[in-house]
Design a protein around this ligand. Structure first.
Ligand code: 2P0
Length: 355
């Protein structure tokens, strides 16, 4: 490269995460501060993850971003917040091989190019913003030699998309809502690492590949403004449930884990129904999957599998082991034969492998 034409790059990969205690509702829209704690499982990066390359060069006249090869606008406030927060913490960088030296005060003058890919079709409605924003913050931090710990990075990712703060860690993660008005204590912490309870198997049943009709951001705003159930959930139900879920995860108590996961998914969707106008994320197929699992669990007297649904109709099913996952798959294939076109695909794997 000519003098001043150098390019410095960093690449990172972040998986998406599935909440078992749901985040739904903000107490501060700008800083993205939630009304309750949430807990999630981070998937293996080989599946449902974002890979992002961030490049910086004096030859870039502006910040630009490409998602799956298509340029997208960076004008939204959330990306800008993450970019600003990382830039503020940038340190000196020296690459002797390339003869590049960037002083920390010079980062403000340099523009970035960001290229991000999801390894799962975005159209399937599963690729959440969580993996993308977490990856962007983490990789940009690496490029700019940011020294902050994971907690601080999670707080920056949170400002890109709430659920993104949980994807900064693998394993089981809790997003603590925090008490402060400035968001300084609204961070994610790891409850248990990737190796813990890795015989769990996660199956994602893709019920619909259509984009959801109500975005999470506007849906939860409406819920905060209109749902009395949301207030009760945030103040009374979740605090106790979070403690029980932490205990269930720690002791690998699948029965408790499954009961709490299903109950919390159902309450989240009840809050959606309690919203005015009501929000319907699940469809008939989702409801049939719930019935199938509930009947099976009840006939066995103890949960064989847990279900949870996010802001869309796709089912996330969690089994305690391969045996139960296999039986579940047989049931799904029997009741939802692939030619139905109802349930278009299954993704199977343990919590660290989805294939
Ligand atoms: C969750 N969801 O805990 C919940 C459960 C969907 C249902 O986090 O506005 O994309 O960017 O903070 O993080 C989806 O909401 O919303 C979400 P913003 P986000 O995973």
């Amino acid at each position: 490269a000519e003098e001043g034409q150098w390019v410095l790059m960093a690449t990172g990969r972040s998986p998406t995460n599935i909440a078992v205690i749901k985040y739904w509702g903000k107490r501060d829209e700008a800083l993205i501060l939630p009304v309750n704690d949430s807990i999630s499982v981070t998937l293996d990066p080989d599946h449902l993850s974002a890979t992002t390359t961030v490049a910086v060069s004096p030859s870039f006249p502006s910040d630009r971003m490409w998602l799956n090869g298509k340029e997208i606008s960076l004008s939204g406030g959330r990306f800008q917040s993450c970019l600003r927060e990382i830039r503020k913490r940038a340190q000196d960088v020296e690459d002797e091989k390339k003869g590049i030296r960037i002083k920390k005060e010079d980062w403000g003058k340099l523009h970035v190019h960001i290229a991000s890919y999801n390894n799962f079709p975005t159209a399937a409605g599963l690729a959440s913003s969580a993996a993308g924003l977490a990856c962007f913050v983490f990789t940009l931090g690496k490029l700019m030699n940011v020294k902050e710990d994971h907690g601080e990075l999670s707080s920056i990712a949170r400002q890109g998309s709430g659920s993104a703060c949980r994807s900064i860690y693998g394993g089981f993660v809790k997003w603590c809502m925090g008490k402060n008005n400035d968001g300084s204590d609204s961070i994610a912490v790891q409850l248990a690492d990737e190796a813990h309870w890795n015989d769990l198997v996660i199956i994602i049943a893709v019920v619909s590949s259509k984009q959801k009709e109500t975005s999470s951001t506007s849906g939860m705003r409406d819920s905060v403004e209109t749902s009395p159930l949301l207030q009760y959930r945030a103040q009374t139900v979740v605090p106790e449930r979070v403690l029980k879920m932490e205990e269930a995860i720690k002791s690998r108590n699948f029965e408790s884990f499954a009961r709490l996961t299903c109950a919390d998914s159902n309450q989240f969707h009840a809050v959606c129904l309690d919203t005015s106008p009501p929000i319907f994320y699940m469809n008939d197929t989702s409801h049939r999957i719930i019935s199938l699992v509930e009947k099976w669990n009840q006939s066995e007297g103890t949960p064989r599998v847990a279900y949870t649904f996010d802001a869309g109709p796709n089912a996330v099913l969690i089994a305690p082991n391969r045996k139960n996952a296999t039986i579940l798959l047989q049931k799904l294939l029997y009741y939802f034969p692939p030619q139905d076109n109802d349930l278009s695909s299954y993704m199977v794997g343990d919590k660290s492998i989805l294939s």
